[in-house]
Design a protein around this ligand. Structure first.
Ligand code: CDP
Ligand code: CDP
Length: 223
């Protein structure tokens, strides 16, 4: 089985690029951030105190999380309910960021992510795929861009949804999340030693996709 691990900070384009690359290669895409968000959604709905790891750990027993193959993309099922746009709310984003620092949550999701890559060719994106989840992945890529460029992308994404975002607020939150992602004790965001760096600050989406496809082609031709 071939695994492509794509990591990087918020707004670097990981999920969008991974999805297109997986489609082009006929691989299955897993956006692992959506798994953290699904747990956050459950917590949000059930009034669990997300600042208490003990309470969060307890509530994991009530969660049945599954990833199923959909027609176009993966479906995330939480206790048999398919989750889509609910995972993108501000509250869910805030809770996901906090609970992603808990060992119990990371352990809970580790096996699910690993088993996904055992039986199929995958493109998996997240923060710790190349370092922790799939350390033996054949291809590892670390996608990044300057915080200003990433904030601008988020700004445009949110504006496209019909809202009126504040650029400075988004930039501050991107920088805060970068700090939290890179400074947490367990599985922090960092480039694996053998990951290829793609800085797409000056690349559009198509150029990034082409660049990533070239890297994968070069690596897989060697085997
Ligand atoms: O998953 P992640 O938070 O890393 O980013 P994303 O949600 O996939 O991408 C954020 C936005 O940036 C999307 O609207 C992408 O289409 C866009 N993007 C871009 O404008 N230029 C790139 N080179 C890569 C992504
Ligand atoms: O799309 P965006 O970059 O805003 O976030 P995401 O990729 O959907 O991730 C949601 C939350 O889960 C973030 O706070 C990440 O730090 C965390 N996460 C993680 O800790 N490990 C992963 N493999 C994926 C996401």
């Amino acid at each position: 089985m071939i695994s492509v691990a794509i990591d990087g900070p918020a707004g670097s384009g990981k999920s969008t690029v991974s999805k297109i690359v997986a489609q082009k290669l006929g691989f299955v895409h897993l956006d692992t951030g959506a798994l953290y968000r699904a747990i956050a959604y459950f917590i949000d709905k059930s009034d669990v105190d997300f600042s208490s790891e003990i309470d969060v750990k307890k509530c994991l027993k009530e969660i049945d999380l599954k990833v199923e193959k959909g027609a176009k993309e993966q479906k995330i099922l939480l206790n048999d309910k398919i989750l889509t746009t609910e995972l993108r709310s501000l509250n869910v984003t805030k809770i996901a960021s906090k609970i992603a620092s808990y060992k119990s949550v990371r352990d809970y999701l580790l096996e699910l992510q690993r088993s996904f890559a055992k039986t199929q060719n995958v493109v998996m994106d997240g923060r710790d795929i190349g370092t922790v989840v799939l350390p033996d992945a054949l291809v590892k890529i670390f996608i990044t861009a300057s915080p200003e460029v990433r904030a601008k992308r988020r700004f445009e994404q949110i504006s496209g949804d019909g809202e009126k975002p504040d650029y400075e607020e988004i930039l501050t939150s991107i920088k805060k999340r970068d700090y939290e992602d890179t400074h947490r004790k367990i599985a922090p965001l960092k480039r694996a030693d053998d990951a290829i760096l793609v800085d797409n600050s000056d690349m559009d989406l198509n150029q990034t996709v082409e660049n990533v496809l070239d890297i994968i082609k070069e690596r897989t031709e060697k085997i």
